[in-house]
Design a protein around this ligand. Structure first.
Ligand code: ASP
Length: 433
């Protein structure tokens, strides 16, 4: 093996890319098989029964540490900001930027939906027959109220919130704990140290788990490629194309943000984000990608420890620009397909609910679908169409999760830069990639 190949194989992003590529090939090869290795099992079932579980174990390992990660890292981020003013300022900057980019992303989605008309002439009843009643019945077409979204952010029982993966509730509790510890100051020094050390423990745990990611990525990708029907993708090609175009535009806009607000070249950012982006793409979960993104943003991009541990987990919980775009486009898609126009008043409601939907969406595969109920109801559109687009959701989810985690990382970097705590030398050093 040449020295270059050895050094590439030593890099995790390369191994993840290898896992992804081999996964695509394996899925294409095995998916259509009638009988795999003479075992009397077809390709799709083989991938689902024997290959996907490897990916599921990987996702479970990550899920196992997500709540402790968000909890301890937010608290240790807050207690490292002993200056109460700085904490308020950073918090406001972060939340303000997350909300603004979220609303802007919805507008991009609406713009693409208006210009490209993905739902025009789509025969929903034909699609419904195509998808089948089983999928329609499985649609997570749940209604949501906006007020309830805020009420639900406050946990009544922290242990329950943690055990049920209610990330927003965990975030709220962690912020309360962190702020209170700061007020108590030295009186609770031991507790402060305990939280900081727990955060270190979780980071180390994640470092170990992440080594397993190339195998998890291989398994998940081959399963997606081998089992997801291409026919439904073709039936909804215009929607898929519109979503891909809008997500790509947003991806480029992040670069523009780095140039305009950070006054830096975006290339080191794009280059260094490859690893978390590949992971987001293959797992479709921003929760699963958070730990890797934190490591990269801190060690290779040059964001300070305190911004990384405070702003990034906050972003992964409340900022999903790819999801916001998707919710915006899908609302227009259904309005066009059902021929129920959205008037200007409802357009504002749509921007608001889709932004809130992207805040409330869980960072898991298909998180958007659950929020889509709230968005469609708010503008008076029927919910039964959600099942129809569920067929193409996984592929689009891979792309929007990549945009989601990229957006969180861009804002974290820009907030850190505005605070003067950003290390530009690390950012520009391409050897740390
Ligand atoms: N899968 C996305 C994420 O984890 C959420 C979504 O469904 O849009 O970021």
């Amino acid at each position: 093996m040449t020295a270059t190949a050895r050094s590439l194989l030593g890099k995790l992003w390369f191994r993840v890319l290898l896992g992804l590529t081999l996964g695509v090939l394996f899925g294409f090869l095995v998916g259509p098989m009638q009988d795999v290795l003479g075992l009397g099992i077809n390709g799709k079932d083989f991938l689902t029964q024997y290959v996907k579980p490897v990916g599921t174990i990987f996702i479970n390992l990550i899920k196992m540490v997500v709540v402790p990660l968000i909890f301890f890292s937010l608290i240790s981020g807050i207690i490292s900001m002993t200056d109460a003013e700085a904490f308020k300022r950073i918090g406001l900057k972060a939340v303000g930027s997350f909300l603004m980019t979220g609303a802007f992303a919805v507008c991009i989605g609406i713009m693409f939906g208006t210009v490209f008309h993905p739902g025009l002439g789509v025969d929903l009843s034909a699609l419904r027959a195509h998808v089948g009643t089983a999928a329609a019945a499985a649609a997570p077409a749940k209604e949501f109220s906006m007020v309830q979204l805020f009420v639900d952010m406050v946990p009544t029982n922290v242990v329950k919130a943690m055990s049920e993966d209610q990330i927003l509730q965990v975030v709220v509790f962690a912020i309360f704990v962190g702020v209170t510890l700061n007020k108590l100051g030295e009186k609770t020094q031991m507790l402060n140290d305990l939280f900081k050390q727990s955060a270190l423990l979780v980071f180390k745990l994640i470092e170990l788990i992440i080594r397993f990611s190339p195998y998890g990525v291989f398994a998940l990708t081959s399963w997606v490629v081998g089992t997801q029907g291409m026919d439904i993708l073709i039936a909804l090609l215009k929607l898929v194309g519109t979503v891909v175009g809008a997500l790509f535009t947003q991806y480029l806009l992040f670069g523009l943000m780095i140039i305009l607000f950070g006054r830096m070249s975006p290339f080191p950012f794009y280059r260094k984000m490859a690893e978390p982006q590949l992971l987001a793409f293959s797992t479709s979960s921003s929760k699963a990608t958070l730990s890797t993104a934190m490591k990269v943003v801190n060690e290779r991009i040059g964001v300070s420890k305190s911004s990384t541990s405070f702003v990034l987990p906050l972003g992964a919980s409340i900022n999903m620009d790819g999801t916001a775009i998707y919710l915006g486009i899908c609302a227009l898609f259904f309005s066009q397909a059902y021929e129920i126009p959205i008037d200007s008043h409802h357009m504002l409601v749509l921007i608001l609910t889709a932004t809130l939907g992207s805040i409330g969406a869980a960072g898991i595969p298909g998180g958007s679908l659950i929020m889509m109920g709230m968005v469609l109801t708010s503008v008076g559109l029927p919910l039964d169409g959600i099942a129809l687009i569920a067929g193409v959701d996984r592929i689009l989810d891979m792309l929007r999760t990549t945009v989601n985690i990229t957006g969180d990382s861009v804002i974290t970097m820009l907030v850190d830069k505005s605070e003067g705590t950003f290390d530009k030398k690390i950012y520009e050093n391409m050897d740390v990639a």
